[in-house]
Ligand binder design. Structure first.
Ligand SMILES: C[S@@+](CC[C@H](N)C(=O)[O-])C[C@H]1O[C@@H](n2cnc3c(N)ncnc32)[C@H](O)[C@@H]1O
Length: 261
């Protein structure tokens, strides 16, 4: 499990600021802090619906944006799995949160131990192939108990981003941890089945980090089909979390079908 970076907090300064992973994780939180301010309906949504679950698994938990509020409401334990140790280290310390550095295609858990799993904030759309997506769903199925539930939360907005193709400044804002104003410039390119987003971060005109992400379009995921292939049945598909700004979200709610023990 991942240790928290207490030293960083105590010193009030960043000792690993030159590490690209560390900087990337810091900038991930900076971006969300400024641009997700009014769009945090998913945190409330998952906190509410998972409150009564005992063991909850978050697939692609990042810096704990969802893990932390869910754990605050949940009487059980929330396991947040992410392959980025730098992101996991930023997860706020909380007694019932367990950050786990691992690949969600190969989970380090025994069979049938979780009551609920969720793959939030379009994480499923970062998986780059049909086989990877199926592997994640097979693993989710393996670690979930009978009478459990899976949420796969995707967005239909990537395929409609033709308008934002090209280069534009996404954000200029102060970053307290870096003690500077940071600018994020986004370069968007479209491929047949995904969008390539390059984020460039600069401070006083100097580039400090560059991150490239590929987001696969919802329509190309074949999610109903692969959920069934992995042994799930779809209970419902929600459109957003109840606010107009989240209508582009599709939350697939699925249950494991008759598991062999
Ligand atoms: C869109 S972010 C979401 C993070 C967090 N849940 C949130 O809402 O802010 C997706 C996360 O999935 C992680 N991730 C992507 N592919 C992964 C894999 N194969 N195994 C583990 N983590 C993965 C990334 O490192 C990243 O932190």
């Amino acid at each position: 499990m991942i240790p928290h970076d207490d030293q960083r907090k105590e010193q009030g300064r960043i000792s690993m600021v030159n590490s690209p992973d560390f900087l990337e994780a810091l900038l991930y939180d900076w971006h969300n802090e400024h641009l997700l301010r009014r769009q945090r309906a998913d945190e409330d949504f998952y906190s509410r619906i998972l409150a009564q679950r005992r063991n909850v698994l978050v697939l692609g938990s990042g810096t704990g944006r969802i893990t932390t509020p869910v754990a605050r409401q949940c009487s059980g334990t929330v396991f947040g799995v992410d392959r980025s140790v730098a992101r996991l280290r930023r997860t706020p310390r909380q007694a019932n949160v367990v950050p786990v550095g691992a690949d969600i295609r190969l989970l380090p858990f025994s069979d049938h131990v979780f009551d609920a799993a969720l793959c939030p904030y379009s994480t499923f759309q970062i998986l780059e192939s049909h086989d990877e997506r199926l592997a994640v769903l097979h693993e989710a199925h393996r670690v979930l108990r009978d009478n459990s539930i899976l949420y796969v939360d995707i967005s239909t907005s990537f395929e409609s981003s033709t308008a934002s193709r090209g280069e534009h400044v996404a954000l200029t804002a102060p970053c307290a941890e870096l003690g500077a104003t940071v600018t994020e410039t986004n370069i968007v390119e479209l491929a047949d089945d995904h969008l390539v987003l390059t984020r460039k971060f600069s401070r006083s005109g100097d580039e400090i980090a560059e991150v490239t992400e590929r987001w696969f379009f919802a329509r190309t995921l074949r999610l109903p089909e692969i959920l069934r292939m992995a042994g799930f049945e779809i209970d419902t598909v929600l459109h957003g979390y109840g606010t107009s700004s989240t209508q582009h979200r599709r939350i697939f709610v699925a249950s494991p079908v008759q598991q062999q023990h």
